[in-house]
Design a protein around this ligand. Sequence first.
Ligand code: NAI
Length: 519
Amino acid sequence: MTSRPYSIETIGIVGTGAMGRGIAQIAALAGLNVRLYDTNPAAIGAARDYLAETFAKLTEKGKLEHARALAALACVTGAQTVGELAGCDLVIEAIVENLDVKRTLFRELEAVVGDRCVLASNTSSLSITAIAAACTDPSRVVGYHFFNPVPLMKVVEVIDGLRGDPAVGDALMGLARRMGHTPVRAKDMPGFIVNHAGRGMNTEGLRIAGEGVASFADIDRIMREQAGFRLGPFELLDLTALDVSHPVMESIYHQFYEEPRFTPSPITGTRLAGGLLGRKVGEGFYRYVDGKQQVPPEAPAPTALPARVWVSRQQACARDAVLQLVAKAGVPLDEGDAPAADSLIVVTPFGLDATTAAVDENLDARRVVAIDALFPLVGAKRRTLMTTPATTRDVRDAAHALFAADGVPVTVIHDSTGFVAQRVVATIVNIGCDIAQRQIASPQDIDLAVTLGLGYPRGPLALGDALGASTILTILRNLSRVLGDPRYRPSPWLARRAQLGLSLTQGDAADASTQGSQQ
Ligand code: NAI
């Protein structure tokens, strides 16, 4: 049976707080009729005032024509009761995040709206299927998960409940495009796409800090300048605030039945209890003075170069890159099969700590320094070095001077299995692959949702492809071997595609459409 398409011209928005008014703004600008309802009548007036001010500001800045602003505002009316939403084609709920309260509202809505009205929830953490189960007709209930602030965050997740009619989701995909947003389609699973994919950066960053590998600021610098992310994990946590992100970390972990990939950290629980919530209270992982983040300065790089350098032959590409830097710094190369007694020893492991790399290659750990070669070393914005617990201060400083000789900042960290960038990036890619493996969304939608929803430079699957799926697999296998922690077990999606040399963005070949497979 094919269902009739849904036509949406009039929408009701229930809950006119931060999210409801944002959705109202893009809907009104798209020419839809918008009816606002909130149990707090003052919130409806406040939302209309907010829209009037926002449209006025946009007009002043030349971003919106005056006539269009007036027309959009005229489309927005208030409703005194739920009953006044009777004529809506779609009602979007953005009320308090509580399953019982949402279920009660959906039952109330069902009693007043027509039988072709779509009922959508903007929930970020509740099951759409569970909300829909309260309704007589669960087929018209759907998730429509926008991000804050709605007009700027141009992506929306459309979530099909288990009993959802696909035509309902299709209608909301079309509506999102009409409102200038990019829709992505997801199954009803905890965290949907974006909040699921976002686990990697925060939990791995916290784990690294928890192991005493590096300071919060150093971890952020590495993720920003070496790995190319807009924000490091601690800047991001400060922005979101721990009263929001800590419960989300716990909730997703428990909803996946204590999945080790999502294990939260006691660091955030303690800081939350202490009120160090983040930017909004002036103190989090950083302090904020007059809203400005206070970043502890870095010590200047030492200048005394090593007498000569021996470079591991385990990773040919990484060795070549290191040799270029050594030559540029004018430091003599030790080309012996084994290092001479006075050589600085440089290793380039993937997914190993400096200690294991030194022991595996039978090297003198006192003279070993490891360099992270996952991202290009030549032309880098930052490089990361790590020491074994036996590395001497002189050796560490000589290596620091060598790799900072061309003016590129260097962060020296304590020993860490997979440095900082390797293990965070591998975790992000691995979780993205597992979202694909679980068929929560298409590979394309996973990457789209993550680039638009989290602001990452690439989606997790494209990132894995760019760095080499087999390299990511090596990092994860080594992390699993050394740490014996199931957190790092590679997703089957990644392991299979890496072994076959396939792109991580590709589904199974046999499932591709004829047209697609001929291309
Ligand atoms: P908010 O607290 O700013 O606004 C909620 C509004 O709903 C308030 O005006 C309140 O009076 C009203 N309300 C509460 N119970 C109601 C009921 N039974 N009937 C009618 N109105 C009711 O909340 P916010 O931040 O706008 O979030 C709303 C929803 O959107 C939540 O489900 C939240 O999980 C979800 N969401 C929030 C995001 C955010 O960053 N704030 C991001 C994505 C989703």
